[in-house]
Design a protein around this ligand. Sequence first.
Ligand code: SF4
Length: 376
Amino acid sequence: MVCVRRRPFRSGTPLLPLRHTGHACGLGRCQCPAVWSVDMETSTEDVAEETGGPARPAATVLDQPEAAGAPGTVEPDASASVTTATTAPPAPAAIPPASLSPSRAGDFMQCPLLYRFRVIDRLPEKPSEAATRGTLVHAVLERLFDAPAAERTAPRAKALVPGQWDRLRESRPEVGELFADDPEGERLAQWLAEAERLVERWFTLEDPSRLEPAERELFVEAELDSGLRLRGIIDRVDVAPTGEVRIVDYKTGKAPRPQYAEGALFQMKFYALVVWRLKKVVPRRLQLVYLGSGDVLTYDPVLADLERVERKLLALWEAIRLATETGDWRPRPTKLCGWCDHQAHCPEFGGTPPPYPLPVRAADSGAAAQGRMGPD
Ligand code: SF4
């Protein structure tokens, strides 16, 4: 059952930390991204192929309030890999996709051609204010748990915003371009104030002084029996003393309308499937925390949900495989095209895609496989 609450979440029992595996940097306070993976030797290299590495890239959380809950779509998350034309290194040689993340699955369901532009062609995309703010807020919420429980207060969290913004600009200088035309800093000040408001709203939804996350920004990767690799980054994993697992994801946009909740939960079920495959545990609860609207969306999955998502992903992957082989990537215009950076290359907008960089075979059933695919 899907539950959307507008009242604060108050966990009666603090959740206990759980050691993750394969994560040893030797530092006193580890800054490495946590990893749950079936293949530690290759996971961090492989993820660079699609996400730029386990660390959450800046300017990638496409929190689009207008798009939230749009039919047949999944809100793009922070694992989209984007760079700017001015600072991007030369594009690596194109290779066929080898794994699937919730973001890229959502891309294909939204528009197969968008998937191609992002995964095959790796066309550069500009950072956006909303996406970068999402990255900043995620960083603040993650770092707040470094403090002792009693010190995880809203003022302390808000005080982290300027420092995390500095770190973000340092690690990804291109985000500074967002405010290049703002010499007085007025727009930047408003933008930072909005980030602080989102951080503050979190405290009306959850109480971090009563939480001890088992993991934050956890990179997960699992291989299905078919060979399909699933991967993603989970914002927070809580583990109760009973061993029950709760997967939490923060959204800086607004909660979807109830009729679109399934689409929003697709990403969470994807993560639940990966955790189940890795740990043989069906997460007890999936929780989306919408900072933009002050809502919490929860779902308690059962095994049948995860099996259904797995079948869905296998069908999706087959469609992607066919399109990759044939080079037949169909545009699917929707209102989300307004957020697409690739209109100049899109036939729907009079553009021409770049030459397809992979070998192709004659198209057959690929066209049929690109019919509209929803999250369920
Ligand atoms: S503009 Fe629309 S139809 Fe064209 S690639 Fe982007 S999302 Fe797809």
